[in-house]
Ligand binder design. Structure first.
Ligand code: SF4
Length: 404
């Protein structure tokens, strides 16, 4: 296997990740992915993976030692928030991990930080590491699942675990006491995005104990990624070739499909989940335990913008408030990061404590430092005050507060 050197192991973002709720991003131990999903975004030119994406997998074998050194220098000591291992362009439990065991070595280092842990995979190999994952104060295990059909899964995602094994993993994660959910993405036009197929998948996920089902459509960036998937469509689903030519005919750099195709499907998946009370994003009730109050409020505002837009509600006031809040949070955080605040045994994450105090002060005050002033929106400030000061939990299906 090829080897590449990692230069950095762990980084804290200026804002939390609203997709995989986390503050820290750990560098993935592999480049490329032996799961070889035919739709994988990692094949796209923008990620600069040389050679054959699924065969020329490279390992970053210096990562565990680098991570140990960074943790020893105090990275991850001043701010509290979940650390996410993995990304959309490689899978930390891909086949190489069986022998390389780099993800396992990284987990052993991360478990020492006292931070929560978030992982996303398509491989049941994650179960091997449940012993280490249980050493984190909290863990969220997410399995990607796009179809229940094992033959179709083998065609689309040839190196990943069969669907039944992924569902068994969700069940095992719940039994182990972790939070767990299913990322149902990408659902491919005409192949896996039909209502019947999605409903069956979501039912199976819920039966397995998933706490949310997060659906999403397929993006195809022009170039290697699109060429790879379109050639599969031509070989295996020739009758769908005209559909793909139409839906991805705009050749957007982001790979987004035509909105007149994507929007009705998003609505159908979302309203089906809403009707069953199933969150369609990682729910507030989970990530509020994985992020500090200021970061959790940021993710909540991001998610609300998505949820209200999906219901056809004008989100411009919310988006404006979100931008103001993001600016406030980034500004306060970057000033604190430049400061010389030190950790102490009685104060292990001092920057997070100070940020949370500033937000609590804003929730309890009026005038220029109030929540109204930060958000520029009185109604949203009342809402945010309920979340920050009273610990209210927002439910994504009913769009209302719930008693926990
Ligand atoms: S598991 Fe993820 S990273 Fe790996 S090939 Fe599939 S889509 Fe790409």
């Amino acid at each position: 296997m090829n080897e590449i050197e990692a230069r950095r192991a762990l980084a804290a973002a200026p804002l939390a990740d609203a997709f995989l709720p986390s503050l820290y991003r750990a560098t993935a131990p592999y480049r490329g992915c032996g799961h070889g999903c035919r739709y994988c975004d990692g094949r796209a030119e923008r990620y600069y993976v040389d050679g054959d994406f699924e065969r020329d997998v490279a390992a970053r074998r210096n990562l565990p030692a680098l991570l140990r050194a960074e943790i020893g220098r105090g990275v991850a000591r001043r701010e509290w928030g979940a650390v996410c291992l993995g990304s959309g362009v490689t899978d930390v439990y891909q086949p190489a991990e069986e022998t390389e065991r780099l993800t396992r070595a990284i987990l052993a280092e991360l478990a020492e930080t006292g931070l929560p842990f978030v992982v996303l995979t398509k491989n049941a190999l994650v179960r091997r590491d449940f012993d280490l994952i249980s050493r984190f104060p909290r863990a969220l295990v997410m399995l990607t699942l796009t179809t229940l059909d094992p033959d179709l899964a083998r065609l689309l995602e040839p190196g990943a675990s069969p669907p039944a094994a992924r569902l068994a993993c969700v069940r095992a994660a719940r039994d182990a006491g972790f939070r767990a959910g299913v990322m149902a993405m990408p659902l491919c036009p005409g192949i896996t995005d039909g209502a019947e197929s999605f409903h069956a998948l979501a039912e199976a996920a819920l039966d397995a104990g998933a706490e949310f089902v997060y659906p999403g459509g397929l993006t195809l960036r022009p170039g290697r990624q699109k060429d790879c998937f379109v050639s599969l469509v031509r070989e295996s689903f020739p009758n769908l070739a005209p559909l793909y030519a139409e839906v991805y005919g705009e050749e957007r750099p982001s790979g987004m499909p035509r909105m007149d195709y994507a929007a009705p499907r998003d609505r159908e998946w979302g309203s089906w989940l809403d009707a069953r009370g199933t969150p369609r994003l990682v729910p507030h009730s989970i990530y509020r335990d994985f992020l500090s109050a200021p970061d959790s409020l940021f993710v909540l505002l991001c998610h609300m913008a998505t949820l209200y837009a999906a219901r056809g509600i004008d989100t411009r006031p919310l988006s404006a408030a979100l931008t103001r809040y993001a600016d406030w949070l980034k500004g306060e955080r970057s000033a604190l990061r430049r400061s010389r605040v030190k950790t102490a045994p009685s104060d292990p994450f001092p920057l997070t404590r100070v940020l949370a105090e500033r937000l609590a002060d804003a929730a309890g005050s009026t005038g220029p430092r109030s929540l109204e002033s930060i958000l520029g929106n009185e109604r949203l400030a009342r809402f945010a005050r309920s979340v920050v000061a009273e610990g209210a939990v927002f439910d994504y299906a009913s769009l209302g507060f719930v008693i926990q």
